[in-house]
Design a protein around this ligand. Structure first.
Ligand SMILES: [Zn+2]
Length: 235
């Protein structure tokens, strides 16, 4: 027979698990998580928009520099044209001037594109930022409600913990270690009674009687091969 204190401890763990499960199913817990995910998404969008805006700013600065450079060349060409009398030279300089003008045209188009994209980003930024306060308020409200739900079960949780630490003093270390190891693996309850002489009280699998008898020889518990729980004989 497994120590009664161990079984009571396990029963209390079961209650703690149920309390925790209920809290996780709590509507405010679920919605709080959704609000959090949504605001994180907003913040990520904002930081992406920020990066894109910075990128556009750099592009704009570069385009403006190109405009300045072309304007200088155009001024230079214009001055030169004023001093020329030879028709061939004039034609040649006109051609060069036209090249610069068409380059200037292209850069101006590029600047318009940058400004248009900048406007789109500003709009997206505004829309995304406008969502944030509602999400934050929603999160805070759910958080507050969920904290209330947590506070409600807190006295019972504390009571259970106090009871468990009292019980722990009487539980055999070896037994407790086995319990912890199996429980940490996610099984609950860990200790289950042998049912009908050949059945695991946890997973309900039937075992050959010869194996059960052999396993119990010299000790008061056995490990279920199917579910890994510890099966004990009830007296
Ligand atoms: Zn089992």
């Amino acid at each position: 027979m497994i120590q009664q204190e161990m079984l009571t401890y396990q029963q209390l763990d079961g209650e703690l698990n149920r309390i925790e499960r209920d809290l996780r199913k709590n509507e405010n817990f679920v919605r709080r998580r959704q609000y959090k995910a949504a605001s994180q998404e907003c913040e990520e969008t904002i930081s992406k928009l920020d990066a894109r805006a910075q990128d556009l700013k750099n592009q704009l600065a570069q385009a403006q520099q190109t405009v300045r450079r072309i304007t200088e060349v155009i001024d230079e060409h214009t001055r030169e044209i004023g001093t020329l009398e030879d028709v061939d030279e004039l034609n040649y300089m006109n051609k060069k001037l036209n090249e610069q003008l068409s380059e200037l045209n292209a850069v101006e188009k590029e600047i318009k594109r940058i400004i248009r994209e900048g406007d789109e980003i500003a709009k997206a930024f505004e829309e995304t930022s406008a969502k944030l306060p509602r999400l934050v308020a929603g999160y805070n409200k759910c958080n507050e409600e969920f904290n209330k739900a947590t506070a409600e079960v807190k006295p019972r949780v504390n009571e259970i913990r106090a009871q468990q630490s009292e019980l722990r003093k009487s539980i055999d270390d070896n037994l407790f270690n086995i319990y912890k190891k199996v429980a940490d693996g996610g099984l609950s309850p860990v200790f289950v009674p042998l049912e009908g002489g050949t059945r695991c009280g946890g997973c309900r699998m039937e075992m050959p009687k010869a194996i059960v008898d052999a396993q119990f020889a010299g000790k008061n518990y056995m490990r279920c091969e199917h579910c890994g729980r510890i099966i004990f004989k009830q007296e």
